[in-house]
Ligand binder design. Structure first.
Ligand code: HEC
Length: 134
C-alpha cells in the first residue's frame, strides 16, 4: 500500500514538473526595455489605414483577417497561432506587442527589416488593438 502511494506521488510530481517546463517554454521573455516602450502614436488617427494595410500584407496569412489565429498558413505551423481578440492578448502593454511583433521568435517571423519605420510599426500595433472582441 505504502509503495503504491509512493509511486503515485512520484507520477504526480513528474506530471507537475513537465507541465511547469511546458508553461515556462511557452512564456515569452520580453526584455524590460521593450515592455516599457512608450507608443508615441497611441492617439494618432490612422487616416490612411497604414496599420490595417500592413496587417493585411504581412500578418493576416497566419493570424487571419480578424486576428483569430485562423490564417491560411496557420494549419501548416507547429506552434499555435494566438487569438488577438482575446483579453489575455489585449491586456498586454504596447511595448510587449512591439517586441513580439517585430523581433519575434521561432515561427513568429522577425519584421525589423520588412517594417522598419517606427511610425508604421506603432500604427500596426494600434490596428491590432481594434481586433478585440466587442
Ligand atoms: C508565418 C506565420 C506568421 C506571420 C506571417 C506572422 N505571425 Fe505573428 N505569430 C505567429 C506564431 C506561430 C505565433 C506564436 C509564436 C510563439 O508562441 O512562439 C505568433 C505570435 C505573435 C504575437 C504574440 C501573441 C501573444 O499571444 O502574445 C504577436 C504580437 C504577433 N504574432 C504579431 C504579428 C504581426 C504584427 C505580424 C505581421 C507584421 C505577424 N505576427 C505575422 C505566426 C506568424
Amino acid at each position: 500500500m505504502k509503495n503504491q502511494i509512493n509511486v503515485l506521488l512520484i507520477l504526480l510530481l513528474s506530471a507537475l514538473s513537465l507541465a511547469w517546463i511546458e508553461y515556462q517554454a511557452k512564456e515569452w521573455k520580453v526584455p524590460g526595455k521593450y515592455i516599457n516602450l512608450k507608443n508615441p502614436y497611441a492617439n494618432k488617427v490612422d487616416t490612411k489605414f497604414v496599420g490595417k494595410t500592413l496587417y493585411k500584407i504581412h500578418c493576416s496569412s497566419c493570424h487571419g483577417k480578424q486576428g483569430l489565429g485562423d490564417g491560411v498558413k496557420a494549419k501548416r505551423l507547429k506552434s499555435a497561432v494566438p487569438d488577438f481578440s482575446l483579453q489575455d492578448f489585449q491586456k498586454q502593454k504596447d511595448g510587449e506587442l512591439y517586441f513580439k511583433s517585430f523581433i519575434g521568435r521561432d515561427e513568429m517571423p522577425n519584421f525589423e527589416k520588412k517594417i522598419h519605420k517606427e511610425e508604421e510599426r506603432w500604427l500596426l500595433i494600434n490596428y491590432m488593438r481594434t481586433l478585440k472582441k466587442e
